[in-house]
Design a protein around this ligand. Structure first.
Ligand code: APR
Ligand code: MG
Ligand code: MG
Length: 200
C-alpha cells in the first residue's frame, strides 16, 4: 500500500484540491572533469543553500488551479536559477505527503511534495550556476547559492559523507540518496561507506 507510506501517483496527488503542492527538481549532468586532475567527478548534481540555512533542491510552491505542476516548477526555476529549465511530466519521480503530516500542516492544509529529476548538459549546468549567482531574482534572498554535490570519497573520508552530514530541508536528503542510487551516480558500496562516515 503506497498511500500508507505517504507515496502516491501524480494524478492521485492532484485529486487533493485542498492540499498545497510543492515541486522540486534534481538537475544533473555528466562531466569529464577531474578533481586535482586525478579524481573523476563523473557527474554534477545541483543543490542549493536555502534562505533558512538548509540544503535543498530548487523549486517551490505551485498552485495547480493556476498552472500545471511542471509549469509551476519551471517558473520557480526561473526565479531561483535565472534560467527557465523546461520540466515535463516525464521528469516526475514521486509525489508524497510531507512528513510528518501532523503538526505544522493540519489535515485541511496538507502539503504534497512532487519530486523531479532531469539530466541536462554540462554547459547548461554552468549557465545555471552563472545566472543563479547574478540575474536570478531570488539570488541572495530565497537562494543563497547553488552547490554541487561531491559524489566521491577522499582519502581522509571527506566528500559525499561530509556533504550528507549537513542539514537538509524536509526529505531532500533521502531524495538525494535515493536518486544517486537509482541513477547509478554512486555505487551502493560507496554510498554505504559515505553514510557510515556521515554518522560520525
Ligand atoms: N523535501 C521536502 N520538503 C521540501 C523540500 C524537499 N526537498 N524542499 C522544500 N520543501 C518544503 C519547504 O519546507 C516548504 O515548506 O516545500 C515547501 C516549499 O518549498 P520552497 O522551495 O521552500 O518554497 P518556495 O515557493 O521556493 O518559496 C519559499 O516559502 O516559507 C515560505 O515565505 C517563504 O516565500 C517563501 C517560500
Ligand atoms: Mg521559490
Ligand atoms: Mg524554493
Amino acid at each position: 500500500n503506497t498511500m500508507a507510506s505517504g507515496q502516491m501517483s501524480r494524478d492521485e496527488a492532484l485529486e487533493c484540491t485542498s492540499c498545497r503542492h510543492a515541486c522540486h527538481v534534481m538537475l544533473y549532468s555528466e562531466t569529464a572533469s577531474q578533481l586535482f586532475g586525478r579524481i573523476p567527478i563523473r557527474y554534477i548534481v545541483l543543490m542549493q543553500m536555502r534562505f533558512d540555512g538548509l540544503l535543498g533542491f530548487p523549486g517551490g510552491f505551485v498552485d495547480p488551479s493556476e498552472e500545471t505542476l511542471e509549469e509551476g516548477l519551471t517558473r520557480e526555476l526561473l526565479e531561483e536559477l535565472g534560467v527557465a529549465v523546461p520540466i515535463s511530466t516525464e521528469d516526475h519521480v514521486e509525489s508524497c505527503f510531507s512528513l510528518p503530516c501532523s503538526g505544522k500542516y493540519s489535515s485541511s492544509s496538507r502539503l504534497i511534495l512532487h519530486f523531479y529529476v532531469k539530466k541536462i548538459e554540462e554547459d547548461q549546468i554552468r549557465e545555471i550556476e552563472k545566472a543563479a549567482a547574478s540575474t536570478a531574482a531570488d539570488h541572495g534572498l530565497e537562494v543563497l547559492g547553488m552547490v554541487r554535490v561531491p559524489l566521491y570519497t577522499t582519502k581522509s573520508g571527506g566528500g559525499l559523507s561530509s556533504f550528507l552530514s549537513h542539514s537538509f530541508i524536509g526529505v531532500a536528503r533521502s531524495q538525494l540518496i535515493n536518486s544517486l542510487l537509482r541513477l547509478h551516480l554512486v555505487s551502493p558500496g560507496a554510498l554505504r561507506e559515505a553514510l557510515r562516515g556521515s554518522q560520525r
